[in-house]
Write a protein that binds this ligand. Sequence first.
Ligand code: OSB
Ligand code: MG
Length: 368
Amino acid sequence: MKLAGVELRRIGMPLVAPFRTSFGTETERDVLLLRVVTDDAEGWGECVAMSDPLYSPEYVDAAADVLRRFLIPALAGHRSLDGNAVGPALAPFKGHRMAKAALEMAVLDAELRALGRSFARELGAVRDRVPCGVSVGIMDSIGELLDAVGGYLDAGYVRIKLKIEPGWDVEPVRAVRERFGDDVLLQVDANTAYTQADARHLARLDPFDLLLIEQPLDEENVRGHAELAKIVATPICLDESITSARAAADAIALGACQVVNIKPGRAGGYLEARRIHDVCVAHGVPVWCGGMLETGLGRAANVALAALPGFVLPGDTSASDRYYRTDITAPFVLENGHLPVPTAPGLGVTPDPDRLDAVTTGTEWLPV
Ligand code: OSB
Ligand code: MG
């Protein structure tokens, strides 16, 4: 394929309810979409960077800037562009993995649409539907939390993840266990809100039989997680720290994680996400697919990834209506706690033009 140009499109998607984590509260998802145009086909990419650099160093304005100034121009001269060629072409530029991932996703989508092959088939999916969990934000009260969790369990979600932070950890976990019982698959996510000095406190979660505790410590404190794992019996799962297959290999070798959350955006793309999966499978480390409040585009690709054999735990691949009243694609709807893996070429979904226009806050055409 030869690249003709890329459209950057910024959209604002109001969330059905505010989503509070230890790093902030989100009420509207500010998303950068990419539409790559080649001589063969068009493809869509979704950048998972958030408005502010609070989860990761990336943020939407920076992603748009690095794409415009460096990443898209780097693909300009390429005579035989395909998904596999994007990573090496962008490798000279340090970091900016979410921006790179979005561009690779869009090129891969164009390539696969041209070939008539799905993301699932390309990545190596072995399932046609995936079990889904849901990530539940920090609430103002335990009562509100129990109402939210009850609603998600009624909707069929097979696993609950509670966001935690100092002051909102043992009590909400205890309350959910007391109300909904010991059979609910339950885990927590701290988004780096604790330090190693909190080890004894985090061990107080052990009696609640959690599947895992996700990223309690700073992204760069991999060794700290290995130390924590000696004190806390609940399995440690890393999210923010796992920025590549190499980072996964190092964290596993150090004993810093017993489980890995795989997010393609954080790792620079779906192809690197698959390599993380492969490293984890080779080490017997279970993985699950994380989420970044994606629209139907990113969700389609995540669901395809989650259908790979090493994804043995339910992911944060929730249905469209957990996030948005109206998605930009045909909505993903939960069926018995599962989402179907798209089978049509490429992502298998396309944005609805009217819906897209209704949420667009800006577009920019970048010819190459
Ligand atoms: O840490 O997993 C996280 C959302 C935004 C940024 C980071 C995280 C999350 C979630 C929600 O937990 C996952 C989802 O439902 O998309
Ligand atoms: Mg997380």
